[in-house]
Write a protein that binds this ligand. Structure first.
Ligand SMILES: C[C@H]1O[C@@H](n2cnc3c(N)ncnc32)[C@H](O)[C@@H]1O
Ligand SMILES: [Zn+2]
Length: 440
């Protein structure tokens, strides 16, 4: 319950009282610049009387905002458009032909819808790869959450396409940097080793290095991709990427289902972060799960992502934590693999580290990205183990309040402007499919 109705604004000091953190009732004081100034059981009167807004979190658990490290946000418009297909046919026969008709306005509204869904389910940061990304950035800025944007770089060995992709990437990166908004970051996004030429990959690696930005790529999602890479380049995909300079501490590799042990060690030695996308991998039946134990043994930072809405089909990171823990146990036939606390770290601190954002924990001096989960809901009762309930039993629907960068984005499960976004996204999605079916 929030006492002050004007609390959606930033620049108002906030006092969150009686939130459950690590099993104890604690208070959090957020200053006017959105930074957590104090957190603990004993902070009280002086901060409470100073605060312009009091948030009563009695009966709520406070967790850091969740971090989705791999998605294509505007694909929310394609939710349910093409299901139950083989991956390559799904991409080349349904998704890419529809995407050829996308406009900046589509991406804007698709990203508004995705941001809304992420806020509702407790995500405050995401890593996005798509097209018309200036429009995506505008949508995210308005939504109040954080994101890293890259243009999906696809040149298919064509020098002309490569020049276009280089120009689009440079344009996006300079645009995002010029906004100087700490919530919005730029990245370079070579789509995958099978859609980008060696020259394109080398350019992306160098650009990520000189601009000091993340390199976001799909890696070894399918077995066919690995075979194709060996045939074309005489190397497995990770070795090929390494030979192009694409593996470094800037790199975030999504999927990584078909890595062998040597590739896991290579990623570890290059300080690469990976994004596990269990829902998408199961839905598209990629036939192998991310080699979690081998990556962990190699010291790789393992994070969690939903992938796009047309292979998931939602953006709920609570579901994703559960699927990660279940898929690993099932596929590798190990009931102790990926316990709940590790799934929770993947979705919070590990994700924040990969995206280079200083959130992911509720800690003094860090930006306030805080999610309050209502415990007065059946799936949170009883509370033998809070992290277990968060990972295995509740879902994004239990989220009551979301704060990002010190600003309240959802309170009492209410997000201002939600109805307009839902209506407009439905309209825009229908028009997109109509255009694709009846090209001029
Ligand atoms: C950025 C590009 O990535 C595509 N895309 C979306 N999901 C996947 C996936 N699971 N594997 C490969 N590419 C994907 C988008 O459809 C877009 O074309
Ligand atoms: Zn993807």
């Amino acid at each position: 319950m929030t006492e002050n109705t004007d609390s959606y604004e930033q620049n108002r000091t906030k006092f969150i009282q009686n939130a459950l953190i690590d099993g104890k009732k604690q208070n959090i004081y957020i200053d006017e610049s959105g930074i957590i100034r104090s957190v603990g059981t004993d902070i009280g009167k002086e901060f409470r009387s100073e605060a312009e807004c009091i948030i009563d979190a009695s009966g709520m658990v406070a967790i850091p905002g969740l971090v989705n490290t791999h998605t294509h946000a505007a694909m929310s418009l394609l939710r349910g458009y093409a299901d139950d297909m083989h991956l390559q046919e799904w991409l080349s026969e349904k998704i890419w032909p529809l995407e050829a008709h996308l406009t900046g306005e589509d991406v804007y509204w698709g990203t508004k819808l995705a941001s809304l869904e992420m806020i509702r389910s407790g995500t405050t940061s995401f890593n996005d790869m798509y097209f018309f990304m200036k429009d995506a950035a505008r949508a995210v800025d308005e939504s109040g959450i954080r994101a890293t944007f890259c243009h999906g770089f696809i040149d298919f060995d064509s020098p002309e396409k490569r020049e276009n992709e280089i120009a689009a990437t440079k344009d996006l990166v300079s645009h995002i940097k010029s906004l100087q908004n700490p919530r919005l970051k730029a990245a370079v996004g070579p789509h995958a080793p099978y859609t980008v030429s060696r020259e394109g990959l080398e350019w992306c690696a160098e650009f990520s290095e000189t601009e000091d930005i993340m390199l976001h790529i799909h890696l070894s999602e399918t077995e066919g991709e690995v075979e194709g890479c060996i045939e074309k380049h005489g190397m497995r995909p990770a070795a090929f990427l390494d030979s192009c300079g694409c593996l470094s501490e800037h790199t975030l590799a999504a999927h990584c289902c078909w890595l062998d042990d040597d590739e896991c060690r290579l990623l570890g030695s290059r300080n690469v972060s990976v994004s596990h996308n269990p829902s998408s991998n199961m839905k598209l039946a990629v036939k192998r799960a991310l080699p979690y134990q081998a990556l962990k043994d190699a010291g790789v930072n393992i994070t969690l992502g939903t992938d796009g809405c047309s292979s998931n089909n939602n953006l709920d990171m609570f579901e994703e934590m559960k699927f990660a823990a279940l898929l690993q146990k099932f596929f590798w036939n190990s009931d102790t693999l990926l316990p709940a606390d590790e799934a929770f770290s993947m979705a919070t601190s590990n994700g924040a580290k990969a995206l280079g954002v200083s959130t992911g924990t509720i800690q003094e001096g860090l930006p306030a990205d805080i999610v309050l989960i209502d415990t007065a809901t059946p799936s949170m009762v009883p509370m033998h183990n809070c992290v277990s309930n968060i990972v295995y039993s509740c879902s994004g629907g239990a989220v009551d309040t979301v704060i990002c960068d010190g600003r309240i984005l959802m309170s009492d499960k209410t997000i201002p402007g939600e109805a307009e976004i839902l209506g407009k996204a439905q309209e825009i999605a229908s028009q997109l499919v109509e255009r694709a079916n009846n090209p001029q």
